[in-house]
Design a protein around this ligand. Structure first.
Ligand SMILES: *Cc1c(COP(=O)(O)O)cnc(C)c1O
Length: 370
């Protein structure tokens, strides 16, 4: 199977392992060729209604799922603008959780951080300790920290945060949702945001957000929550199966097809498939070690993301050169992110990939590294 490619840059399907954007199924790409419609009226409401059903299942929520034309970072800003008036506690353990903290500061909030070394997972006791010292409007956290491959335990962190009645938990699940188990309602998450171009396997340009009742109540009180990312307006519009501004229609045509595929697979099976791809990658690292190539999975056992694995290369090996060599063989993996660039590469085993496709990539990587 090849991608249709008007520029003649045909690439076989299933070789693109970036941790976002990710490989998109040809039939999902093709759905974007549908002609435009107006974005108001009964047809569109039925269309958005169908999208709501699939998205609610993906997020495990009874709440409306906001569909916003922006990349994931846009909804990180929405989280802050709607969820906090004064002080924010940012849990930082990598580049994206650091970005959340930076956004809060740029939006004029007072920010404290629980900053731990990149590659570690947040310790609930340390977070509880920080929350006992000062009062916070909100806590920010990355579910799956894409720069390190660490998965934070949202269920436990949510319990710790909600010991404080007026503190909200704002979750960046951009590389978690639709790949890693996520239980928005039963874990009591106040705002969860995700980008379409990660485990949802969509072309970039659309993001999703789910807000608890407390989050919407907070948003009503916050000064200057802004216009474009006004979640109160999103909530009111979504009740009528509308969006406040023009939706990214072509991307939503793709989403419709993608959600049907996801419903057929079921979320439980999708989560399990991601787990199997991650486990295969970790096992491969062990195999490489046994054959004398000293690789290391950056994330500690028990806190590894099912959607992305960050692998540290041996001393003296250039990770960017490994990424380039993989590319010359016709495959794509991610380079290390930020300060991990020289020493790590990232495998985005998320979206529609299968263990079989991954196996082929790992054998290419093994050839290059030995
Ligand atoms: C990709 C990613 C983002 C940024 O998303 P954009 O869509 O590029 O704005 C934020 N957080 C995490 C965890 C990510 O993986």
């Amino acid at each position: 199977m090849n991608h249709p490619d008007p520029q003649g840059l045909t690439r076989p399907y299933g070789r693109f392992f970036l941790p976002g954007p990710v490989e998109v199924r040809p039939e999902v790409l093709a759905a974007q060729l549908k002609p435009m419609t107006g974005h108001r009226g009964p047809d569109v409401q039925a269309f958005i209604g169908e999208l709501q059903t699939g998205l609610k299942d993906a997020f495990r929520t009874e709440r409306p799922v906001f569909i916003v034309p922006c990349s994931g970072t846009g909804l990180m800003e929405a989280a802050i603008r709607n969820g906090a008036s004064t002080r924010v506690l940012s849990l930082v353990n990598g580049a994206f959780s650091k970005r959340f903290s930076d956004i809060a500061r740029q939006c004029g909030r007072e920010v404290d951080e629980v900053s731990i070394p990149w590659g570690e997972a947040q310790d609930p006791d340390q977070v509880a300790e920080a929350l006992s010292v000062r009062k916070y409007d909100a806590v920010t956290v990355a579910h799956s920290e894409t720069s390190t491959g660490v998965l934070n335990n949202l269920e436990v962190l949510s319990e710790v945060v909600h010991r404080h009645a007026s503190t909200l938990l704002l979750v960046d699940s951009v590389s978690g949702a639709a790949g890693a188990e996520l239980q928005t309602d039963s874990w009591g998450l106040d705002f969860v945001l995700a980008g379409g171009q990660k485990a949802f396997s969509l072309p970039p340009g659309v993001s999703f957000g789910v807000a608890s009742r407390s989050m919407i109540e907070r948003a009503k009180e916050v000064d200057g929550r802004g216009y474009y990312f006004d979640l109160v307006s999103y909530a009111e519009n979504m009740e009528k199966l509308q969006t406040p501004t023009t939706p990214a229609l072509s991307t939503l045509f793709a989403l419709q097809i993608q959600l049907r595929l996801m419903a057929k697979e079921t979320m439980e099976v999708r989560w399990a498939r991601h787990r199997r791809m991650a486990e295969r990658t970790w096992a491969w690292v062990e195999e490489m070690n046994s054959s004398g190539v000293q690789l290391r999975v950056v994330a500690p056992e028990g806190y590894r993301s099912p959607t992305v694995t960050v692998v540290e290369v041996p001393d003296g090996v250039s990770a960017p050169l490994v990424v380039d060599t993989v590319k010359q063989r016709g495959w794509v993996i991610g380079g290390g992110y930020g300060k991990l660039k020289p020493t790590t590469f990232r495998i985005g085993h998320m979206g529609e990939h299968t263990v079989e496709e991954l196996e082929e990539l790992l054998s290419v990587l093994a050839e290059i590294l030995t």
